[in-house]
Ligand binder design. Sequence first.
Ligand code: GDP
Ligand code: GDP
Length: 433
Amino acid sequence: MGAIVAIVGRPNVGKSTFFNRLIRRREAIVDAVSGVTRDRHYGKSDWNGKEFSLIDTGGYVLGSDDIFEKEIDKQVELAIGEADAIIFMVDVESGVTGMDEDVAKLLRKVNKPVFLAVNKVDNAQRMADAVEFYALGLGEYYNLSSINGSGTGELLDALVEVLPDVKEEESELPRFAVVGRPNAGKSSFINALIGEDRYIVTDIAGTTRDSIDTRYNQFGFEFNLVDTAGIRRKSKVKEDLEFYSVMRSIRAIEHCDVCILMLDATRGFDGQVENIFWLAQRNNKGIVILVNKWDLVEKDTNSVKEYTAMIKEAISPFEDVPILFISVMTKQRIYKAIETAVDVYKNRSKKVVTRKLNDIMLPIIENTPPPAYKGKYVKIKFCTQLPTPYPQFAFFCNLPQYVRDPYKRFLENKLREHFDFTGVPITIFMRKK
Ligand code: GDP
Ligand code: GDP
């Protein structure tokens, strides 16, 4: 799991400029590997060896150009609920505004670390001007120029200092998170599994979110359900807030091993569902896709096939993911869904013995070597699975930089053919031998 840092502030203070500066380098690498279009408002960053997720909350609020104060308040409240630390960005060019004061008022009440970042401090004169932000009552602030990068180091030093240590949580039990758009049927699903009463017992309003697991043990399955606090809060928060569901998904995905992605069959695998899918994929989580409310769909013999094909097109090239058609209402296949999630969990923690891996992969590579690149021939001599919590493979060769993405995908496909990694993202590294 990783810590979550949210950037809040009114429009045009420079949030996305700052966000891009922090994640660009990393994301460029990720994009090259996966070929996936990235979410422009959510990404991973790291500083001094500590990794964290960064969310530009402004990016998730629709119409952020003519945004209303109410929207900003909502944004800040959600960020407070879901993030481990908050960067509150203001703009030295415009000075303290009424909206800044409103946000500061909310943030002063929070018992999470808040970092006031005064942006656009591009020169010494502006450094003097920044002093006025003391008036916000948030204590020390950080001078920043997101455009030229100055001040970033000081801010990040202080930030990572307060973040919890990032490590994969150790638990013998699989950790599942049920995610998806509002109204997909997530809470009905969880209630069907756990029973309403049991669920309410764990609902202690206003407690911190440190323990977000609900242990489930029935019918031979045992696992932890991760972060469903958002569902419990349903009565208080208007659930049609897409932003809210994104924030909640991020939190839940960060903390789980397998993501149970649920969609409403009558609404389809739309852009929002796809975003959540790639969120899970980029976090190297296992994924099971559940097409719920199958009872509402008029079916013929090809329905499942056609629906499956449509989803696979959206999630290509990572198509090796289980897709189940269920109905929480009629309880159709809901236990099968959990069984599948357990299988994916096992695939994710699978370790292939090095010798067996080489016995299978080296002949394949010999038959179909990487194509020559700039007249150079790449020789892959050896491969091994890395001792990471999720599947990563290193292929050792003479010229790692000459192995292109299509060949890596070829290797990935061969791995999937010979070892069951269904539902699990695979990372392939080429290393210098
Ligand atoms: P957001 O709406 O908060 O995400 O703000 P943007 O990142 O889109 O930035 C708004 C405007 O401020 C853009 O024109 C940026 O180029 C500009 N800007 C961002 N950071 C700085 C900075 O450090 N210095 C100056 N002078 N301009 C900046
Ligand atoms: P959530 O927002 O994802 O937690 O969704 P809910 O569990 O609150 O479900 C939203 C609505 O869909 C409720 O009215 C449920 O009764 C309904 N629903 C859930 N699962 C099914 C299903 O399998 N079939 C049908 N027809 N309705 C369902």
